[in-house]
Design a protein around this ligand. Structure first.
Ligand SMILES: [Zn+2]
Length: 107
């Protein structure tokens, strides 16, 4: 059985997965078991926040564009940093090597 995207207007922000077989039909929110679960923001806003964080757009520009409170944007950006930090701590990787110079800075 395969899950397929399903838009259910009027329920939450409408984005779900649906499984239809001869025996049954089941739906679940695309938020289930993701970092969007529990947020009151629309899924598209969350995706846009993540996208802007990846692009390193300053928080001020994001809150102006999305019409969000400064604290909301700061909370999501902090959350994105935390997720990446925890992933790096769980999966450390060596960068650089012999004859390879690695430079980094904290922004
Ligand atoms: Zn099913």
């Amino acid at each position: 059985m395969a899950l397929k995207p399903f838009y259910n207007k009027g329920k939450g922000d409408g984005f779900h997965w649906i499984c239809r077989t001869a025996d049954h039909t089941c739906k679940r929110s695309i938020r289930k078991d993701t970092w969007m679960e529990g947020s009151h923001l629309p899924s598209m806003t969350i995706i846009r926040l993540n996208y802007e964080w990846i692009r390193r757009v300053p928080a001020q520009g994001v809150l102006d564009d999305l019409g969000l409170a400064k604290q909301t944007v700061m909370d999501w950006f902090f959350f994105c940093q935390k997720v990446c930090f925890l992933d790096l701590m769980r999966n450390p990787q060596v960068i650089g090597g012999p004859d390879v110079l690695v430079e980094f800075s904290l922004v």
